[in-house]
Design a protein around this ligand. Structure first.
Ligand SMILES: [Co+2]
Length: 218
């Protein structure tokens, strides 16, 4: 019998303890191997928001690609060598001057993992899942984003079958940047809609036009 506490360091949360116990039993009974678990973990860890950022940055510099990305994210991702499995379906939603998208999963924690990796803890919290729908503007303000009345907020509920990624507006003041530099501006939060890309550093501090002067320093 495997010692479920093993050599793992304390303290261990009840959830972690349960997961380790299940893992040990699955291995013990020959249903899965440690190597298979390691491979799966490596595959998960390879997915990071950098994948989504690459797609968005390409779309910012290439109008044709932008159109294809919005029409069929799977085909567009394949074009640039990013694996995006057919299921769950992923759709990219473009923010405009008039509309800002905010992604949530009200039921659980469905998230575009294929393009953004693991969700942040706050995304899975009951507070975010309920408040994002009831009072999205208040939630966005807490993220440091005051959109003002002219911009509609569209809250999009993810499901097990359909995931969403936000294409933020390209910040002003980012004109001289190449695709990689643009990608570096595109944060995980911006692709959830909980933030916007901000050009910092030398020169003008750029924000999308409708947010200029309204985004407080964080
Ligand atoms: Co869910």
């Amino acid at each position: 019998m495997t010692d479920h506490t093993g050599t793992d360091k304390a303290p261990v949360s009840p959830y972690a303890f349960r997961i380790r116990a299940v893992r040990d039993l699955l291995i013990e009974r020959g249903l899965i191997t440690q190597e298979e678990l390691d491979t799966a973990r490596e595959r998960i860890d390879r997915r990071t928001p950098a994948l989504g950022a690459r797609l968005i940055a390409r779309a910012w510099v290439d109008p044709g690609f932008r159109e294809r990305l919005l029409a069929d994210a799977h085909a567009a991702a394949a074009e640039v060598g990013i694996p995006l499995p057919r299921a769950p379906r992923t759709t990219v939603l473009a923010n405009t001057e008039d509309t800002h998208h905010l992604i949530v999963c009200t039921l659980c924690s469905c998230y575009p993992r294929a393009l953004l990796g693991r969700p942040p803890d706050w995304y899975k919290s009951l507070a975010y899942r309920s408040r994002a729908v009831r009072e999205p503007r208040a939630v966005l303000r807490e993220f440091g984003l005051d959109l003002g009345d002219r911009v509609a907020v569209r809250v999009v509920d993810s499901t097990a079958d359909h995931r969403y990624v936000v294409m933020p507006l390209r910040p002003s003041g980012a004109d001289g940047l190449d695709e990689d530099e643009l990608a570096a501006l595109i944060t995980r939060d911006a692709m959830i809609g909980a933030g916007v890309p901000v050009r910092t550093g030398p020169g003008e501090r750029g924000c999308p036009p409708h947010q200029r002067g309204q985004v407080p320093d964080r």
